[in-house]
Ligand binder design. Structure first.
Ligand code: ADP
Length: 501
């Protein structure tokens, strides 16, 4: 089979479909090729938190003294990169204005988001990408809303997100995003074709430019030609143990037996394909783990946390061991040092006002308790007994935490994100272990989402977006930045593939 379109998109997760929509909005006829028998990728099974500074949704939140300190520390930092220094200057100016205004609502801005993303990745992220990313995160929400997507009218702080700017779709998991793109695809099916069960194998290159992709379908070879551009959006390699082991040389011990949150198709195909046309790879050694895997499957399902502020982690001894508002790598490293690398997430009625309240993975707390995946008790002592931790140590851990919430004592782990105390029955516990979640590394792109080769030149005709790319997140991705990444860069990649010469 041989087919031709203006733009070929490889991979039907969030980045690929955002690119397909955007390419079509910019006049292109599009083919999307997906190796699995359905669209969705990791996007479909993600918690779907989406970071963007948003003064309207954030106006319901008040700023704490500890949050003010965080902003001041970031402003006082030392930065070498010229672009990063401009963020620092902008933030300083915005902060001065904020203080002068006498406002009490939570402060946020793209420049704070940029600096937190940069610092959260140990200054290894590419400033040019972070710049475009944070400036376009909120506009991409408006773009999604223009396509019919609905977000809740509040924001929250997602695990490892560091700030209260995560937007939550009305629909569970990634379904809100996927239905939005798929509705657009369906309405425009005369111009956008989706080919499932077909795996991209290698790029077709002519005179140094990528002009198509050779694929393998159920019934043999499928050749897809692009008259304008090819968008690579095949996601990461979290489900490819061999590839993980090849690149995991810096951050973690052996990950062979660590489970993953990823779908089975996250095998890094696109990275290998891009390497074969001399694309530069970046940050491949930076693999993200979460401390939030289901002990049996490694998946995120069953996670009972609702947001960062109102839950703590305790180990098998019933004792806290980390700032639960910290970076994902920091929390996971701390978890790995605990007995059996095993912890309990503890919440109370504030997180689940009723038994049919759902977690971020569309599961009710009652169902999780009934299935033995969460535990429920009327007292902290009883909860400790049910989960087999020392009641005395456990109650003291919660009481000490509550003192820090009140501001009566400094948190022993330097935690800065608080809201309510854990003091209202029923109390809940859910077990969690480390799990491989995201691969920060991948194909190098510029701010136009064009793929860069080993010599720093653009590879003509080839664009990339989403988890297949490297550079944006540095050593550690902030929670909530992936959904923003795939939409911002998917949108740019699609537009540029359709319009750039
Ligand atoms: P992102 O968040 O970057 O969009 P996802 O994991 O959501 O990443 O989506 C990537 C999609 O690409 C998945 O649906 C995956 O099955 C698909 N994919 C991966 N490798 C190939 C390939 N070789 N050919 C076609 N599709 C692929």
């Amino acid at each position: 089979v041989e087919k031709t379109a203006d733009v070929i998109v490889i991979g039907g997760g969030g980045a690929g479909l955002a690119a397909a929509v955007s390419a079509h909005q910019n006049g292109a006829k599009v083919i999307v090729v997906e190796k699995m028998s359905r669209l969705g990728g990791n996007t479909m099974i993600s918690g779907s938190a989406y970071n963007a500074a948003d003064s309207s949704r954030q106006s319901a939140l008040t700023m704490t003294a500890l949050e003010k300190q965080t902003v001041e520390n970031i402003i006082a930092g030392t930065y070498e990169d010229a672009l990063v220094k401009t963020w620092q200057e902008t933030l300083k100016k915005e902060w001065t204005e904020y203080l002068a205004s006498g406002k009490t609502t939570l402060f946020d801005s793209p420049s704070l988001h940029k600096l937190q993303t940069y610092l959260g990745g140990d200054k290894k992220g590419t400033p040019e990408l972070i710049d475009v990313f944070a400036d376009n995160a909120y506009p991409a929400i408006e773009w999604l809303e223009s396509l019919g997507m609905e977000f809740k009218d509040y924001v929250f702080t997602v695990l490892g997100g560091l700030w209260n700017r995560a937007h939550k779709p009305e629909k569970p998991l990634g379904t809100g995003f996927m239905e939005t793109y798929e509705n657009y695809l369906e309405k425009n099916k005369a111009d956008i074709e989706v080919i499932l069960d077909t795996t991209a194998k290698e790029f077709i290159v002519k005179d140094g430019a990528v002009v198509g992709v050779a694929c393998e379908g159920k019934n043999g070879k499928v050749t897809l030609n692009a008259t304008k551009g090819v968008v690579l959006a095949t996601g990461g390699f979290g489900a490819n143990v061999e590839m993980r082991n090849e690149y995991n040389t810096v951050l973690w011990p052996d990950l062979t037996n660590v489970k993953t949150t990823n779908h089975t198709g996250a095998t890094g195909d696109g990275i290998v394909m891009a390497e074969a046309v001399d694309a530069k790879l970046m940050g491949m050694e930076y693999i993200q783990l979460l401390p939030m895997g289901d002990p049996v499957t490694g998946s995120l399902s069953g996670n009972i946390e609702q947001g960062v502020q109102n839950r703590i982690f305790v180990n098998k001894e019933g004792v806290r061991f980390v700032d639960e508002g910290a970076r994902r790598d920091t929390m996971t490293k701390a978890l790995m040092e605990q007995t059996d690398a095993y912890m309990w997430v503890i919440v109370d009625k504030n997180s689940y006002p009723t038994g049919d309240t759902k977690n971020n993975f569309n599961e009710t707390i009652d169902d999780l308790v009934a299935a033995g995946r969460a535990f429920k008790a009327d007292t902290l002592e009883d909860l400790a007994k049910q989960i087999g931790v020392d009641p005395v140590a456990f109650v003291k851990s919660v009481e000490d935490f509550n003192k820090a919430v009140d501001g009566a004592a400094k948190d022993e782990f330097g935690r800065t994100l608080f809201d309510k105390k854990i003091d209202t029955a029923p109390f809940y516990a859910g077990a969690r272990v480390p799990t491989v979640h995201h691969t920060m590394g991948g194909v190098s792109i510029n701010a136009n989402a064009q793929v860069i080769d080993a010599n720093g030149n653009v590879i003509k005709g080839l664009y990339a977006a989403g988890e297949v790319t490297g550079g944006l997140h540095g050593t550690n991705r902030l929670g909530g930045n992936a959904l923003a990444d795939i939409n911002v860069f998917g949108r740019i990649a699609g537009k540029n593939a359709a319009t750039m010469k």
